[in-house]
Design a protein around this ligand. Structure first.
Ligand code: NAD
Length: 349
């Protein structure tokens, strides 16, 4: 096994800086080259992070034999192109979330990874990398909770619309043509990924969704927001399993996030991670609540997806969120948006 992994970063904006903050603390990672369609942005990034090579086109990066893997951190409309090109060039890929605009794109990306035999990890796995979420998944999958039949997540931002309230210079987030949607596709991807993972990735058979735009002040002119602030999704799966998600960029409720796992023997809630089960049988049948000892037990928080990717590729094992799982998340997301248009549940085959 090699000791280090040669990396390139495609797209050098906000999240690329977050990847660098984590990779520079991770000895096996070597970021050797970067590329951005905006050359001055790439130059500034290279200076900030002391990276020797700024490529002037994608092929110049992908042609290098010392680059084993690529992090695609472009906006959603530019995920598929660099991802497929990198896989075809024999590189492993960590693609930012949302994986793809629609299931057709996601399918093509997944099949390319499988055909080329390269790992394709997706950053919608961030929550899978958190210690509390990993512990919950271990308990859900090893039978400690019984049959896990339902999961639910509520995540409410008070005022957190990217491009308006936060990340004010990054306007593609509120533009349907470039982002593919609003709160649901931007941050709901994390929740749908983790809910399906905690259920054991069953096949989803139907999706019902409602969305709402226009919560809070409108985007200041000349900006136009044509994506949702709020979404509620319910999905049902084979085996009688189900999930519910409430996700917002903008709402008038704050500090009320929840993630819960319901099993036939025991349940879990987060913040801190707590197992809930009936106590010894007597007339009162008391509830037993046991706070579990995990490093980031306070939240179902984000883990370090880029460090985990580097370690997995070097060890020759599948990173978190294999592309097949991200494809399923994309199918659910796409069905949710179709359901929101009609108000009726959408069946998935
Ligand atoms: N900003 C965040 O907090 C955050 C958090 C998690 C995930 N993400 C995801 O990361 C991705 C990037 O988001 P961001 O906030 O860094 O955006 P950004 O706009 O700050 O940066 C994107 C960069 O990609 C470059 N780019 C666009 N098309 C390109 C192409 N075809 N080839 C090379 N470079 C190209 C742009 O010039 C820009 O520098 C998105 O998918 C987003 O959902 C962002």
């Amino acid at each position: 096994m090699a000791d280090t992994l040669g990396l390139a970063i495609i797209g050098t904006g906000t999240i690329a800086n977050a990847h660098m903050r984590s990779l520079e603390k991770h000895a096996p990672a070597r970021v050797l080259a970067i590329y951005d369609v905006l050359q001055d942005r790439a130059e500034a990034f290279a200076k900030r992070w002391n990276i020797a090579s700024v490529a002037t086109d994608l092929d110049a990066v992908l042609g290098r034999s010392d680059i084993d893997a690529v992090i695609v951190s472009t906006p959603p409309f530019a995920h598929m192109g660099p991802t497929i090109a990198a896989l075809e060039a024999g590189k492993h890929v960590l693609c930012e979330k949302p994986f793809a605009f629609d299931p057709a794109e996601a399918q093509l990306m997944t099949e390319t990874a499988e055909r080329t035999g390269k790992y394709l990890a997706v950053a919608s796995a961030r929550q899978r990398c958190g210690a509390a979420t990993r512990k919950a998944q271990e308990l859900a999958s090893n039978g400690s909770l019984g049959d896990v039949y339902h999961v639910r997540s509520s995540a409410f931002r008070f005022r957190g619309r990217p491009g308006i309230d936060i990340l004010r210079d990054t306007h593609w987030f509120i533009d349907y043509a470039r982002a593919g949607g609003g709160a649901l596709i931007d941050i709901g991807v994390y929740q749908i990924d983790v809910l399906l993972w905690l259920l054991g990735n069953p096949k989803v058979i139907s999706v019902l969704c409602s969305t709402k735009m226009g919560i809070g002040d409108p985007a200041p002119a000349p900006l136009v927001q044509d994506v949702e602030d709020h979404a509620v999704v319910m999905f049902t799966c084979e085996g009688g399993k189900s999930g519910i998600l409430e996700i917002t960029w903008s709402s008038n409720v704050a500090n009320a996030d929840q993630l819960m796992v319901f099993g036939t023997k025991a349940g879990l809630k987060f913040g801190p991670l707590t197992m809930v089960a009936p106590g010894p049988y007597n007339k009162l049948r008391p509830v037993e609540q046991k706070v579990l000892d995990v490093a980031d037990g306070e939240t179902a928080g984000f883990g370090d997806v880029s460090q985990q990717f580097v370690d997995a590729v070097l060890a020759g094992r599948e990173p978190y969120t294999p592309a097949r799982h991200a494809l399923e998340v994309t199918r659910v997301m796409d069905a949710a948006y179709r359901s929101a248009k009609t108000g009726h549940a959408v069946a998935l085959d």
